[in-house]
Design a protein around this ligand. Structure first.
Ligand SMILES: [Fe+2]
Ligand SMILES: [Fe+2]
Length: 334
């Protein structure tokens, strides 16, 4: 049996070569695993940025060299500047996207997780500057989706996670861009980067909705539902006031809960009154909600979710768009 020798130390005393064990949830820290070997100064800086004072290390698994300082690189001013320019965008997101040797599966997992952290950062402070930064991060993800079919296949098939507004935002972002790619890539008449920003930020208006309503583990009362239904207009207004995104992005935020048969909100638009970008987002949004665990119901597998959408909800969606969406899961994206 493996023997652990756990010890709690101050974060400021961390050294390269130490094996740390975090007690945080997966989504509270930027690392791929909860236990790992510290390989660089950057790792230590990331742990410091979490704002915790103490951390556990496993002495048995820490390298003998830990503490000698032989492998440490100085924190140089260049690195500081780079992080500042990126702000809410995790460095690991950008480096994974541009790592040509990384396996698509690993790339997809890192992109998924780091995008989640970016969205979490943005929701914590949706300032004009952060929206602008998020836009550049989303742009990198859109390029990846447009150019790397192998990674996209893995991205479309990551279903193992709980529901948070942030994971949902990332999922709808990826699904929406994948559908837009399949519809528009040939024509060149659509700005898929602007669409991507709209899909990733479609629920940004939820920052204004009471947390107790967002996280309520059960059906909402009529009054709570009315409050919840403010989020498309609230998000649109936020994007209007901060003025960082194009009209394509804003219309997605405003119209993603409109339904073809006029039963949606906020304006009960029908058919072609709803912009095609809003119609695309509606499909991605409902699919992701159905395929994720919620406190009040279990997730469906993608096949069952698509079947339910076809058999019972098809009047909510534009049929040929929905059919293209189904193809994403049957045929590899081209
Ligand atoms: Fe929404
Ligand atoms: Fe949504």
């Amino acid at each position: 049996m493996e023997h652990h020798k756990l010890k709690t130390i101050k974060v400021k005393d961390l050294k390269i070569g130490m094996y740390v064990i975090t007690n945080l949830s997966w989504y509270e820290h930027p690392f791929l695993k909860n236990q790992f070997l510290i390989k660089s100064r950057t790792d230590i800086e990331k742990i410091k940025a979490l704002g915790i004072k103490e951390i556990q290390i496993d002495q048995a698994r820490s390298e003998k060299a830990a503490g000698t300082g032989l492998t440490e690189d100085p924190p140089g001013p260049e690195r500081e500047e780079k992080r500042d320019a990126r702000g809410i965008i995790p460095e690991a997101l950008i480096s994974a996207i541009h790592d040509d040797r990384m396996h698509p599966r690993e790339k997809a997992l890192i992109v998924q997780k780091q995008s989640f952290i970016m969205m979490k950062n943005l929701f914590a402070n949706p300032s004009a500057e952060n929206i602008r930064k998020a836009k550049t991060g989303i742009s990198e993800i859109v390029n990846l989706i447009l150019e790397d079919d192998a990674t996209l296949l893995y991205l479309l098939n990551i279903t193992e996670h709980d529901y948070y507004t942030y994971t949902h935002s990332v999922d709808v972002g990826i699904l929406g861009v994948a559908l837009a790619k399949s519809l528009f890539k040939e024509s060149g008449n659509h700005d898929i980067h602007a669409l991507g920003a709209g899909f990733f930020l479609h629920d940004l208006g939820k920052v204004y909705i009471d947390k107790n309503i967002i996280n309520k583990p059960g059906k909402l009362t009529d009054e709570e539902m009315n409050e919840m239904r403010r989020h498309p207009t609230a998000g649109f207004k936020l994007l209007f006031d901060t003025n960082q995104l194009t009209d394509e992005s804003k219309i997605i935020v405003l119209q993603h809960h409109e339904r073809i048969d006029g039963t949606g909100y906020p304006k009960k638009l029908r058919g072609s009154e709803i912009h095609i970008y809003g119609r695309i987002c509606a499909i991605a949004d409902v699919f992701d909600a159905l395929t994720t665990d919620r406190p009040y119901r279990q997730k469906m597998n993608p096949f069952d979710a698509l079947k339910l959408m076809r058999d019972e909800m098809i009047h909510h969606f534009q049929k040929d768009l929905f059919e293209r969406f189904v193809l994403l899961f049957i045929a590899p994206v081209r």
